[in-house]
Design a protein around this ligand. Structure first.
Ligand code: HDD
Length: 698
């Protein structure tokens, strides 16, 4: 009989592990099973003899593998790919005039929150930078319960009625028979659905614009989309639309850049959010309210219950009421980000719904999906979902009950105490949530009907408003995005139908897209309501709009060095970038660093081949003439400069770097500078004038 050997604790494969392990923080910390039983060997299964077979009685192995086998939970049906952070909302001024919501009463008060950003179409493991709408979901842990503002980075939606949501999502996700494409709208089924759904036209304008290829979560807007209500202590209701405005302004990428980022860093936006928080550059947004009354709602030319319409900021200006700061990364991605259960039905006294038919459908969907995703009706007990205020009721039991409700009473009212008085939590007519009762324009009822209100029928005027309000570079991007997407549509009748809808939006846009497809412009599709020309809304632009960010703050500058780089030049650029509150990132052919002029080694932050310029907002090339000559034969270096130029970024270069710039086809313009102040000034912009000479845009 072979002698029993124990590997791992004192010899064998486990030994190496132990040798490499860092010093234990707590020498008494014992590894145990989930039942608390101390584990003696975490390196080897229990075997009969040293070469097997494995014994079924090894409960340590069985428990560990069993738990591992069940580590995944169903991913979200939509918005599966996301990243989140903790933070707070700080109120500027009391909003008691319009709402009794507790979080909006006391100026300066901070309310903790958890915010998750997401893409819509891709699975949990998909890339961060597809052309897609971004989810923008905020869970406020208020003193009167959790309020979830579950919005997007676009203020309108594809459909007007929730009954169309499964169709929309099926159409955009990978196609049913072939299982692709992942995280992309450029395919037949999406455009087939869209072409048959004229109500989606306004949203399509936004989806094809630069809004859906944001530079960072920190540089995009958020919107509650629907019209909500606020109700004050006197019971007066106002309508409200919620906006989040990024402190760093609106910044987007170029489509070619977004595609290349996907290859260079699948986690680009997740990493960006994490790193901003890590280095203390906390992402920040202001909360703006568009508040209006029934009189305005009656007179406005579109239905305020229609989620495919905006109210231009020029018509109802924003009241900026507070700011959101994200300052803490989750301790555990699964426990917090993955298990976070947002639900638009989570609303607090002082805020209320309207009859927007899309919102009403959502109120059902999210609670339902949580049960399927998190497996139990007790998902609200998970720390990330639990309210941070007292929570008391008589709901009991259910799978995975974590609480330990005490006492005999599990019903209300009850009088089980000796004095025979009513005890335990009771409903509160004074403080409890009461649905706003008054009949007004947003709360009318009538016969039971399955129909779309006539007031929802104008599908084109606001699409035209959006397109025509954009800067001409953005218009060209939008038209080119349509050409790209429709070029991936193999069904010619679908392309034609989309073009026919576009004629209603803007004949010039339709002609540009048709030309890009080498197709004829069809006649306009039949419009239920003839589109009208509305006053343009400059607030909708990114470029030269009110939220263009003209400073280097929060941006990242890639600085290329190599052997022979002048350390004085390098330090000057690094210092200037840092002083401008931006992040310098030094790149060398080898990550260990480069030998500067004079012989001193300078460690790099990244390796040239692994740090392409698509990852940076602007680039500086600090090279000696000899190094630049060598780099003309280095594809990663040439591509670095070529892409920076092609993506319209500022390029600051030392004199010696000229050979590399020439090889990369860089032509002089305002964005190509030396390493002086002109570079810092240029680095906060993109040079859109460059673009027509570089690529064919529709
Ligand atoms: Fe939705 C998730 C935003 C319409 C059904 N939605 C989800 C998330 C966001 C939105 C940000 C991710 C939340 C998170 O980070 O966990 N959804 C929107 C917006 C909409 C919208 C802004 C329109 C204005 N959604 C919508 C409709 C329905 C749903 C009309 C169904 C009728 N949405 C869901 C869902 C999800 C979801 C299936 C998937 C995962 C989840 O809820 O928790 O219930």
């Amino acid at each position: 009989m072979p002698t029993q050997k124990t590997f791992g604790t004192d010899r064998g494969a486990g030994d190496e592990l132990h040798q490499n392990a860092p010093a234990k923080a707590d020498a008494d910390a014992r590894l145990t099973t989930n039942q608390g039983i101390p584990v003696s060997d975490n390196q080897n299964q229990l075997k009969s003899g040293d070469r097997g077979p494995v014994l079924l009685e090894d409960f340590v192995l069985r428990e560990k593998i069993f738990h591992f086998d069940h580590e995944r939970i169903p991913e979200r049906i939509v918005h599966a790919r996301g990243s989140a952070a903790h933070g707070y909302f700080e109120l500027y001024e009391s909003l008691a005039d319009i709402t009794k919501a507790d979080l909006f009463q006391r100026a300066g008060e901070k309310t903790p929150l958890f915010t998750r950003f997401s893409t819509v179409a891709g699975g949990a493991g998909s890339i961060d930078t597809p052309r897609d709408v971004r989810g923008f979901a905020v869970k406020f842990y208020t003193q009167e319960g959790n309020w979830d503002l579950v919005g997007n980075n676009i203020p309108v939606f594809f459909i007007q009625d929730a009954i169309k949501f499964p169709d929309l999502v099926h159409a955009v996700k990978m196609e049913a028979d072939r299982g692709y494409p992942q995280a992309a709208s450029a395919h037949d089924t999406f455009w087939d659905f869209i072409s048959l759904m004229p109500e989606s036209t306004h949203m399509i304008m936004w989806a094809m614009s630069d809004r859906t290829i944001p530079r960072s979560f920190a540089t995009m807007e958020g919107f509650g989309v629907h019209t909500f209500r606020m109700v004050n202590a006197k019971g007066k209701s106002s309508f409200v639309k919620f906006h989040w405005k990024p402190k760093l302004g609106l910044q987007s990428t170029i489509w070619d850049e977004a595609v290349k980022i996907a290859g260079a860093d699948q986690d680009y936006q997740r990493r960006d959010l994490f790193e901003r928080i890590e280095r203390g550059d906390f992402p920040e947004w202001e909360l703006g309210l568009q508040v209006f009354d029934e009189e305005f709602a009656e007179s406005f030319e579109f239905d305020v219950l229609d989620p495919t319409k905006i109210i231009p900021e020029e018509v109802v200006p924003l009241r900026m009421v507070g700011r959101m700061v994200l300052d803490r990364w989750p301790d555990n991605f699964f426990a917090e980000t993955e298990q976070a259960a947002y639900c638009p039905a989570n609303i607090v006294p002082g805020i209320d719904f309207t009859n927007d038919p899309l919102l009403q459908g959502r109120l059902f969907s999210y609670l339902d999906t949580q049960k399927s995703r998190l497996g139990t009706s007790n998902f609200h007990q998970l720390p990330i979902n639990a309210p941070k205020c007292p929570m008391m009721n008589f709901q009991r039991d259910g799978m995975m009950q974590m609480g330990l409700p005490k006492g005999r009473a599990n019903y209300e009212p009850n009088s089980l105490n000796e004095a025979g008085e009513l005890t335990g939590p009771r409903e509160s007519t004074a403080r409890g949530f009461r649905t706003f009762e008054t009949q007004d324009i947003a709360n009318q009822s009538g016969d039971k009907l399955r129909l779309r209100a006539e007031s929802f029928a104008d599908h084109y005027s606001q699409a035209r408003l959006f397109f025509r309000s954009l800067h001409e570079a953005e218009q060209a991007h939008l038209a080119s995005a349509l050409v790209f997407e429709l070029s991936r549509v193999s069904l010619v009748h679908v392309r034609k139908r989309v073009l026919a809808n576009l004629v209603n939006v803007d004949p010039d846009l339709a002609a540009r897209v048709a030309d890009g497809l080498a197709m004829a412009v069809p006649a306009a599709s039949a419009a239920a309501v003839q589109p009208q020309d509305l006053d343009l809304s400059p607030a909708l632009r990114i470029i030269h709009g009110p939220r263009q960010h003209d400073s280097l703050e929060g941006r990242c500058v890639g600085i290329v060095i190599a052997d022979g780089t002048d350390g004085v030049d390098l330090d000057a650029v690094v210092d200037a970038v840092t002083a401008a509150k931006a992040k310098p990132f030094v790149i060398a052919p080898k990550v260990g660093g480069a030998k500067l002029k004079g012989g001193k080694m300078r460690v790099a932050d990244g390796q040239l081949a692994g740090s392409p310029s698509v990852l940076f907002d602007a680039v500086a090339i600090v090279l000696s003439a000899e190094a630049a000559d060598l780099m003309t034969k280095e594809a990663a270096a040439v591509q670095f400069v070529m892409d920076a130029f092609g993506h319209l970024k500022a390029i600051g270069a030392s004199e010696g770097a000229q050979a590399l710039l020439d090889k990369a086809g860089v032509e002089p313009d305002e964005g190509v500078t030396g390493l002086d102040d002109a570079f810092i000034e240029a680095a906060s912009q993109r040079f859109f004038e460059r673009e027509p000479n570089l690529r064919t845009l529709a």
